[in-house]
Design a protein around this ligand. Structure first.
Ligand SMILES: NC(=O)C1=CN([C@@H]2O[C@H](COP(=O)(O)OP(=O)(O)OC[C@H]3O[C@@H](n4cnc5c(N)ncnc54)[C@H](O)[C@@H]3O)[C@@H](O)[C@H]2O)C=CC1
Ligand SMILES: O=C(O)CCC(=O)N[C@@H](CCC(=O)O)C(=O)O
Length: 486
């Protein structure tokens, strides 16, 4: 935390008045950061500061607002190594993986500006006019797994549109949020345009239900997403964008290069230790020799994936999970599957590096009798063998979620058919399910969100359209009024 405090309200750093908490490096258990949650009064003060700033901020032109954002992005680009090291230390991501996130933070501004112009165009033909207006104070609530890039992916489009922000990052990753907010301060942003509070569910709930908060951009799991949706029931006046999890399928069918497929599968399932919402959770293959060849290739590859300290040499493929409870949850999920008929192919195991580490696991859940359609947020990949491609697509769609899906196949006709029938927002062919493009919308149907995709379409939930019919003055009413007595 900064010398003067860990909350940023109205451009002042101040100590949190609520419960004290710490952030821990999952690779070694060391305390990385300590601070305190915002008190209820401080949550209110942050909202008030953002509300005061809104009037002036929304009156600036897009170009004027963007000038601040460009300054922030230049700082982010200059200091991306520092950010990568912090992300890696706070989340346990391999340093190379954290560096891609730090790069994405720096690269978000330009793409968000084109998205704003494309998605919220201004039109004026003399008689009708279309413009877009900001909502007001927007709450941004972030997850731990992309503690910089994902909140940043809400904040920048919201600021371009003219909103002001109260950010509540994950309580597991406060330090990354703090560094990011210090860059906004350094960029000279007017007081109150971006505010930072820390807290958990209670603080988030106060923030979103405050009558002044006009919009909520949330990225996280289904449980919190549902709680927010319920808390805002009966409040149609608030814009709510929920980016939630997935139980993402990857179908491998008619692929000659099984080893090549295996590397794509590994990058889909195990990158960031399986802690991406886009990670493949279910690998669907053909019964018999063809499917077995894919499974064998993945089985051979798994021991080659280096798991170790995020900054280790040689560099690891993946580091620890976010904490030891997350690691244990993977082991428990695997145990639950095995006790209901699933068969371990490569067992996910605790590793000597520390309690937050587990190795990648591959498990055949074809005969799992108590199948759960839940996101296991870690490096455990389920295999499901099916007799036909139709059954593969049916199995892929057999989920309440709908975030990402993929097909690995040499057959273009299968891809065309897959793309027509699969139900997911991100659907890839011969590419990993992870690593979505910021130039595309990011979200999906079902329990993966509430139909307000982020990424390129974030501009949509950051502004509302204003339609005008206009006639230049002086006023002269030339329209006929029917039913009017002379
Ligand atoms: N679709 C997407 O864009 C993405 C989705 N995710 C999902 O996020 C999850 C992992 O991140 P986590 O940090 O563990 O998620 P989480 O849902 O536990 O926490 C996310 C945020 O919600 C807050 N929160 C928790 N309970 C709340 C409540 N009742 N009301 C209001 N706020 C509450 C937390 O304090 C935190 O800031 C996974 O499920 C993953 O799939 C992660 C990244 C991207
Ligand atoms: O908004 C964007 O730039 C694209 C979204 C994105 O970066 N997605 C990442 C991470 C999301 C996650 O899984 O937490 C991805 O697709 O890997």
């Amino acid at each position: 935390m900064t010398a003067s405090g860990n909350l940023f309200i109205g451009n002042e750093w101040q100590q949190g008045g609520g419960q004290e908490f710490t952030s821990t490096n999952p690779a070694n258990g060391e305390t990385l950061w300590s601070g305190a949650y915002a008190s209820p009064e401080q949550v209110s003060a942050a909202i008030e500061a953002a509300a005061r700033a809104f009037e002036g901020w929304q009156r600036l032109s897009v170009d004027e607002r963007y000038a601040y954002i460009e300054r922030y992005s230049a700082i982010a680009a200059e200091r991306k190594d520092e950010m990568a090291r912090l992300i890696s230390a706070e989340t346990g991501k391999a340093l190379w993986d954290a560096a891609t996130e730090a790069g994405a933070i720096a690269g978000k501004a330009a793409v968000s500006l084109s998205a704003y112009h494309e998605r919220t165009p201004t039109r004026d033909d003399g008689a009708t006019r279309l413009s877009h207006r900001a909502h007001g104070v927007m709450a941004v609530i972030g997850p731990f797994n992309f503690p910089g890039h994902l909140p940043n992916g809400h904040i920048i489009p919201a600021l371009i549109a003219g909103n002001t922000i109260v950010l509540k990052p994950s309580e597991i990753t406060p330090a990354v949020a703090e560094l990011m907010v210090s860059w906004w301060e350094e960029a000279g942003l007017p007081a109150g345009v971006v505010n930072l509070i820390h807290g958990g569910a209670a603080e988030a709930n106060q923030l979103i239900t405050d009558p002044v908060t006009a919009g909520i951009a949330f990225t996280g799991g289904i449980r919190a997403g549902r709680a927010i949706h319920q808390a805002l029931g009966g409040h149609p006046e608030k814009i709510l964008a929920l980016e939630l999890g997935g139980n993402n399928p990857l179908v491998a069918w008619d692929v000659a290069d099984a080893a090549g497929a295996a590397t794509i599968i590994a990058r889909s399932a195990f990158i960031t230790s399986g802690q991406r919402c886009t990670c493949t959770r279910r690998l669907i293959v053909e019964e018999g020799a063809k499917g077995q060849a894919i499974i064998d290739a993945v089985t051979d590859l798994i021991p080659r994936l280096r798991v170790g300290p995020p900054d280790g040499e040689p560099e690891p493929f993946m580091g620890p999970l976010i904490h030891d409870r997350a690691a244990q949850a993977v082991i428990d999920a695997q145990h639950d599957m095995v006790s209901h008929g699933a068969e371990e192919i490569v067992r996910s195991e605790h590793l000597n590096h520390g309690p937050a580490y587990v190795s990648p696991g591959l498990i055949d859940t074809t005969h799992w009798t108590a199948r759960k359609d839940e996101e296991v947020f870690g490096p455990l990949l389920q295999v499901i063998r099916v007799p036909s491609f139709e059954e593969a697509v049916r199995t892929a769609n057999d989920t309440r979620f709908g975030l990402a899906a993929g097909l690995l196949s040499d057959d273009a006709a299968l891809w065309e058919s897959f793309a027509k029938d699969i139900r997911a927002g991100i659907v890839n062919w011969n590419r990993q399910t992870t690593g979505a493009s910021g130039k595309a919308p990011f979200g999906g149907p079902g329990l993966s969100g509430n139909h307000r995709p982020a990424g390129y379409y974030s501009a949509d939930y950051c502004a509302w359209p204003m339609a005008s019919m206009v006639q230049e003055g002086p006023l002269k009413d030339e329209m006929e009024t029917k039913g009017l007595n002379a």
